[in-house]
Write a protein that binds this ligand. Structure first.
Ligand SMILES: [Zn+2]
Length: 159
């Protein structure tokens, strides 16, 4: 019921425009008949016989009134419909944008993830300088002995 509000407002604007033009045209016609009769009457003075001459003057006065009245009415209806139609268009565009955005989002979500740019390889860590063993390593058993001793304190092998 409330879907496509933008389109409905646009349709309503068109309908109101047409009704407005018709109402203005009818009003103009009524005014034209009145002006025409008055013109014919005043041209004829007291002796209103609707002579052909007065009738022609009245006809053109009425026609002029109708054209001006209907023309102005058309302009007012037309310009007045801008706002309503524009509002409808705006809502419609917004609805289209929302749908498009949702579709784009769906596509983006279903699309396989972009492979990440390979990380910059880290600069290899500077190998730490092997700590100087405090002392000497026994060739036979591998025990680290202090520099002071000349024999391995584990197996007695000479330095
Ligand atoms: Zn040893």
């Amino acid at each position: 019921m409330f879907k496509n509000i933008g389109g409905k407002i646009k349709t309503l604007a068109k309908v109101l425009f047409i009704i407005s033009v018709i109402v203005f045209a009818l009003s103009a016609a009524v005014a034209a008949i009145y002006v025409g009769r008055m013109t014919a009457y005043s041209c004829g003075g007291y002796a209103y016989h609707s002579s052909s001459r007065n009738g022609v003057a009245g006809f053109f006065a009425g026609l002029g009134t109708f054209i001006v009245g209907a023309g102005v009415g058309f302009l007012i209806s037309w310009i007045g419909s801008f706002f309503m139609y524009g509002l409808g268009q705006l809502i419609e565009d917004t609805e289209i944008n929302r749908k498009t955005n949702q579709e784009i989002l769906k596509k983006l979500q279903s699309a396989p993830e972009q492979p990440k740019a390979p990380e910059q390889p880290k600069a290899p860590e500077q190998p730490k300088a092997p700590e100087q063993p405090a002392g000497w390593v026994c060739a036979k058993c591998g025990t680290v002995n202090t520099d002071e001793s000349n024999f391995c304190y584990n197996c007695g092998t000479r330095k």
